[in-house]
Structure formats: structure tokens, C-alpha cells
Design a protein around this ligand. Structure first.
Ligand SMILES: *Cc1c(COP(=O)(O)O)cnc(C)c1O
Length: 400
């Protein structure tokens, strides 16, 4: 075993030059408190045991690894899926939300605060908050509230308080700003639970540690099924939590190629995509340093993807570092290729993927066609039920 997880991040939350905590002084002290609590509580016997039980009995872990026989025989190559769509609440996000909210419970916090874009993180947070019996405030842009009605209802049914954000573009970035602001008003009584491996230290580290279970399970399951390791592993990259989760299981296996698939949206022009590693440059947003899509003056650039879970101007700092180290290769899939993969997986395997996850499936299809002898393991980060109305309304019942 290498010492990678000991070395990264360092004690100030840096992965090489990326990460850190670029926040006001009072928040910095609060972040340090959360980091200290995480090192103390998160590694304790009681906490670890409780999380293990929750994963098994509440979330339904381990989720299976599945061989896509039909798709593989049609394309050549061998495509496997890690089925995070079967994780309770339908995506990988619950893995870190249960960990974060349990930490809040151990710390005696009276409230958890979160932001949400498409509502996926909001639903996972509302689920975790209901489980632990902690009140939950979720900030969501007005535009997203209108677009993501079923998820808003889910959060409300689960007992969360959904707070509309009415300034600026009224989408994810403003929701993050509003959640931070609310947290700053009561950092003692509340805790801000971020939705991916982003934000100031310790969040990129904590969320990664909670998502690691995906890669650890997948490596063992794949070995048991096939007697070998996959040639490649692919996952979609928004903030980067599901991808870092599965990559962590294979970072030390130098022969396993790792691919992060970014959303190319309508194309490579600024504003038409959200491929932060591929087209961004180092900058600071939401309290951490990473590759960022920004204008000349440093302000965040508008971003777009058919998948609302992927349209973010930055990416987790660990991805920036793994990119610079050459350990992970970042590639892209556009809307068109993604929709085609969405239908192809649905019709050949009987699995409707989340439109986010369909980006990774699109890359796996390309890889399988080019490498008929190799195997690729895809993190199927979520199920597509949430996307069916949107897909049919905009694209009909056939791949574009
Ligand atoms: C939120 C979400 C993503 C993107 O987030 P990451 O942090 O990049 O994993 C991907 N897939 C699904 C299903 C999601 O809900």
C-alpha cells in the first residue's frame, strides 16, 4: 500500500497546490473544529460501527457489481456497472450524507444546513436528517425549485425545510452562497453539509472518505467475479464525489486506467459545457482552490449540461491534483452522446441511468468499441427516474 491517503490532503487540506480553506477567519476556526471533530469522532469505534450497520441495514450496501452482457456482446469489450443506483434514495450521495449528519448528531448540533441544485443532495440530506431526527434547512434556487418539482416534494415529505434563493441566477451557485451565509449566522448550533468533494477543508477529505466505500467494495467484487482487476474504471465528474469514491479503490493499482468523464454539454464554447478540468484554470471558488471555469476577471463563468447534477464551475481539489499527477485522465461526453447512452443502457440492460451517470456510460461505450479485449467498470452513480419527464419532453423516446 502506498501512503497516498496519509499524505493527501496535508493537515491544512491541500492536495499539492489545490484545496485549502479560503474563508473568513471566523469560519476558518469553525472549519478547523469540524476537522478536529472528524479526526476524533469519525475514527472512533462507536462511530465506525454505527456507520457500518447503517450502510448494511438502511442503505442496502454493498450494492452489486453487474456485468452488462447484452451491451458488451453488441459492442465488443466488457462493460461492468457498480450499481450505486440501488443505494437507498437512488444515488451515491447518501453515502456521505449519512456520515456527515451522523457527525452532526455526535457533535450535538441542532440543525443541518445544505444547498441543492437538482435536488439530489437535498433529498439525500433530508433522508439522513429524518433518520437521525435533526431539523434540516435546504437552500435551493427559485429556478431549480420550479424545474425539480418531484425532488422538492420528496424533501418536504421527508420533513426538510426548503428555502428558496431569489437572487442572482437563482441556481446552484447562489444556493451555495446562501447556505454558507446561513451557516455563518450560527456556526455553533448548526453544521453545513456540502454536497460533493468541494468547499473548504475538511469537506473534500471527509466526503471522499465516506465515498471510498464504493471503490473498496467494487474492487473486491470485481476480483471475486472475474479473478482480475478491470482494465479501466470510469465515472462522471460534477463536483467529483462519486468518481473519487470509486477511484479510491484503485489508485494504488497502477495498471488500472482511471477516467473522469466531464460534461461537454452543447460543445466546447464557453458557456456551453461544464468541463472544469478540461477547459478550466486554477482559481478559487466557494473556499477552495481548483480548476475553475472563470471569466477573464475571475468571476465564475456560466456553465451548462443536460445533467443538472454536473453543471458546476469547479471540481474537487483532489481531482485537480490527480489530473496534474497524470493518475486520472479527464475526458468528456456531450449531451448527444450521453442521451444515446441513456437509451442504449435502458433498452439493452433494463437499467435507466441518471443522466449524470449516462455520461460515464457514454464513455464506456466508446471505450468498449475501441478496446474489444478489455474490461471497463463504470460507477453508475444514480437511477434515472428523476430524468424521464425531462428526457421525453426534450428529446422524445429515441436517442437523438
Ligand atoms: C449529484 C450527482 C452526480 C454529480 O456529483 P459528483 O459529486 O460529481 O458525484 C452524479 N450522479 C448523480 C446520480 C448525482 O445525483
Amino acid at each position: 500500500m502506498s501512503t497516498y491517503f496519509k499524505d493527501y490532503p496535508d493537515k491544512n487540506g491541500f492536495f499539492g497546490p489545490y484545496g485549502g480553506a479560503y474563508v473568513p477567519e471566523n469560519l476558518k476556526a469553525e472549519m478547523q473544529k469540524i476537522a478536529d471533530a472528524y479526526y476524533r469522532i469519525g475514527k472512533s469505534h462507536d462511530y465506525v460501527q454505527e456507520l457500518r450497520q447503517i450502510r448494511k441495514h438502511f442503505q442496502g450496501r454493498p450494492t452489486p457489481v453487474y456485468y452488462c452482457r447484452n451491451l458488451s456482446e453488441r459492442l465488443g469489450g466488457r462493460i461492468y456497472l457498480k450499481r450505486e443506483d440501488l443505494n437507498h434514495s437512488g444515488a451515491h450521495k447518501l453515502n456521505h450524507c449519512m456520515g456527515e449528519v451522523m457527525l452532526a448528531k455526535y457533535l450535538g448540533k441542532k440543525k443541518v444546513i445544505a444547498e441543492t441544485g437538482a435536488g439530489q443532495h437535498g433529498v439525500a440530506m433530508a433522508t439522513a436528517a429524518a433518520y437521525f431526527g435533526i431539523p434540516c434547512d435546504i437552500y435551493m434556487g427559485e429556478v431549480d425549485i420550479a424545474k425539480q418539482h418531484p425532488n422538492v416534494l420528496r424533501m418536504k415529505i421527508l420533513g426538510a425545510n426548503v428555502i428558496p434563493v431569489t437572487h442572482g441566477q437563482r441556481t446552484l451557485k447562489e444556493a451555495v452562497d446562501a447556505a454558507f451565509e446561513a451557516y455563518l449566522k450560527d456556526p455553533e448550533g448548526s453544521i453545513y453539509c456540502i454536497g460533493s468533494v468541494v468547499g473548504p477543508h475538511p469537506f473534500p477529505m471527509m466526503v471522499r472518505d465516506f465515498q471510498k466505500v464504493v471503490g473498496e467494495e467494487a474492487r473486491e467484487q470485481f476480483l471475486e467475479m472475474t479473478g482480475e482487476l478491470p482494465d479501466a474504471v470510469a465515472a462522471c465528474v460534477g463536483g467529483g464525489s462519486n468518481s473519487i469514491g470509486i477511484f479510491c479503490g484503485f489508485l494504488d493499482d497502477c495498471d488500472v486506467k482511471l477516467y473522469g468523464v466531464e460534461p461537454l454539454g452543447r460543445g466546447a464554447n464557453p458557456g456551453d459545457h461544464a468541463a472544469s478540468v478540461t477547459y478550466g484554470r486554477p482559481g478559487i471558488l466557494h473556499g477552495f482552490k481548483s480548476y475553475t471555469l472563470q471569466e477573464e476577471d475571475g468571476s465564475p463563468m456560466p456553465v451548462y449540461s443536460v445533467a443538472s447534477g454536473l453543471d458546476y464551475q469547479s471540481v474537487g481539489p483532489e481531482h485537480a491534483w490527480l489530473h496534474d499527477q497524470g493518475r486520472v485522465e479527464y475526458v468528456t461526453a456531450d449531451d448527444r452522446e450521453t442521451l444515446s447512452a441513456f437509451f442504449e443502457l435502458s433498452r439493452n440492460e433494463g437499467i435507466i441511468p441518471a443522466i449524470e451517470s449516462a455520461h460515464a456510460v457514454a464513455y464506456a461505450i466508446r471505450y468498449a468499441k475501441e478496446h474489444p479485449r478489455r474490461s471497463i467498470l463504470v460507477n453508475l452513480s444514480g437511477r434515472g427516474d428523476k430524468d424521464i419527464d425531462y428526457v421525453v419532453e426534450h428529446f422524445g423516446l429515441q436517442a437523438p
